[in-house]
Design a protein. Sequence first.
Length: 219
Amino acid sequence: MTLDGPAGSGKSTTAREVARRLGFRHLDSGALYRALTFALLDAGVPESAWAGLGTEQIKAFGVSQHPTEGGFEVRLRGRALVSELRTAKVTDRVAALARLPAARACLLELQREAGAHGRLVADGRDMGSVVFPDAAVKVYLVADLAERARRRLLETGGAASEERVARQADAISERDGKDSGRDISPLRVPEGAVEIDTTRLTFEEQVAKVVDLVRRLTL
């Protein structure tokens, strides 16, 4: 199944728990884009040169993923990446990398390899529209902008004051515009997806809704 949505809609945490309850693997597509962004920064490649890289050059950086019991471990030349994926430098630049056709082509291959054996919950911004268009179940999560901003602050351990929520909302709104307006794989509701508004749902409620949907449609 695929679970898409804009930043802060709760897709990654929801997908991870849905996968656990169903006994599926969880594919966090954002982690792959962050890993590739980190790889370019770590290699000292200036952002101005990223658009000139071809698919084979990007593959040569050595980003890979390896199955674990409940998901996948993202690696760079054999080294597991965890905290490196969430640094401010990576967060600030991952949207720019996601707009590059060569980067998307490279990571598309890795993502489809992960789904080759089924029993997968894949979350991202184009899982149901591009990566797995034939998925048995597609879900698209949405939430009010202010609520998404509040959640993003809480994820990073920040205080959700009114001022900080407003600033975070502006940043998310800008990211939404970039994701929806890019030429390659823009953020959109996948054909056949069930849309769930999580604004007023507890985490348990949104997970239960998705699990119930999967069980009714596939199990």
